[in-house]
Design a protein around this ligand. Structure first.
Ligand code: CP
Length: 336
């Protein structure tokens, strides 16, 4: 297993699709090791003397703080960069930003979720950076969330094969959210033999290429993907439910958040009645932040089936694993 570790050094993490299952298993194993060390109050100075940059085009609570605290716990330092205060705001290019920041440190992590822009920007930085680029969520992928979700499912069930895990659209009015969480989940979970049900109202489709790839991942790994517009069918006998909003970006690129069409979908909410359709052992999960008025009622998210805080906590253990594996010593070949 340890022979796998050198494979990560210097690579970029833009999507978990770029990694073998063996490599993802190793990321999870290291995450569990860091979780154990955290609870045992053991020091983990894997990245002493290393520095990284955390560039955020959008708001964050979990992602920013899991990386910032995680880097400190690994003995390094992470600099938070609000991109509205960088020269990016005056038009500085992704190339210039990536070349310069990578000459200053050992990692650049970035969140940029704007539809049609985020993934392209992160890939452009990856083309020029001499240090690993870590995707902290773009318009298409949220690999760090999917990794923590998978770790939480493993923690809760001790297995993944043939669990019924339902990714269910839910109504929210806070902002038009990216599709990156459900996309990452439907791509990753079938690779672990999970039977994924994807449920959403008409108009909230994920891209066709995602569905094709998720089906391929399922066929190769003994999982499955079922798509339905019937919310109750998704809750029925589920082991895990992820009721969460995402925007209709694929079918409608308008940035309008609330309109009559959205408000007509307010029945897409996680309630005790919906949870009663699932197995009694079903876990309620959510990447957070949750819209507690529209996506879910307090009785469920604060109830005994909810593991949202465990899921959020796993963000720091997985963040530390990813940084420890991907960040490496600078080499003479890093110089341009
Ligand atoms: N789930 C998640 O990525 O949370 P933040 O937006 O707070 O980082």
């Amino acid at each position: 297993m340890e022979k796998i570790a050198p494979r990560f050094a210097g690579r970029h993490l833009i999507t978990l699709e770029d990694f073998t299952k063996e490599e993802i298993d190793y990321m999870l194993k290291v995450s569990h090791d860091f979780k154990d060390a955290f609870y045992a109050n053991e020091k983990t100075p894997w990245l002493e003397g290393k520095t990284g940059f955390l560039m955020f085009f959008e708001q964050s609570t979990r992602t920013r703080n899991s990386f910032e605290s995680g880097m400190a716990q690994l003995g390094g330092h992470a600099t938070f960069l609000d991109t509205s205060m960088m020269q990016i705001a005056h038009g500085e290019s992704a190339k210039d930003t990536a070349v310069i920041l990578s000459s200053f440190g050992h990692m650049i992590a970035c969140r940029y979720c704007n539809w049609g822009l985020g993934n392209k920007y992160i890939r452009e930085m990856a083309k020029w950076s001499t240090v690993p680029i870590i995707n902290l969520q773009c318009d298409l992928y949220h690999p760090m969330q999917a990794l923590a979700d998978l770790m939480t499912i493993e923690d809760e069930f001790g297995k993944t094969k043939h669990l019924k895990v339902s990714v269910i659209w839910a109504m929210a009015t806070t902002h038009k959210k990216p599709i990156s969480v459900p996309v990452s989940q439907v791509l990753l979970f079938p690779r672990y033999g999970i039977d994924v049900t994807l449920a959403y109202p008409e108009g909230y489709d994920l891209p066709d290429w995602v569905i094709e790839k998720a089906r391929k991942n399922a066929a190769e790994n003994g999982g499955s993907l079922t798509i339905t517009h019937d919310m109750d069918a998704a809750y029925k006998d589920a082991d895990v439910v992820f009721p969460k909003n995402w925007g209709s970006w694929v079918t409608n690129q308008s940035t309008t958040v609330v309109d009559d069409a959205l408000l007509a979908l307010k029945a897409w909410k996680c309630t005790p009645e919906k949870m009663a359709l699932a197995k009694p052992t079903c876990r309620y999960m959510h990447a957070l932040p949750a819209d507690r008025v529209n996506e879910v009622v307090d009785e469920v998210i604060d109830g005994p089936q909810s593991v949202v805080y465990q899921e959020a906590e796993n963000r720091i253990h997985t963040a530390k694993a990813v940084m420890a594996l991907f960040v490496h010593d600078k080499l003479p070949s890093d110089r341009r």
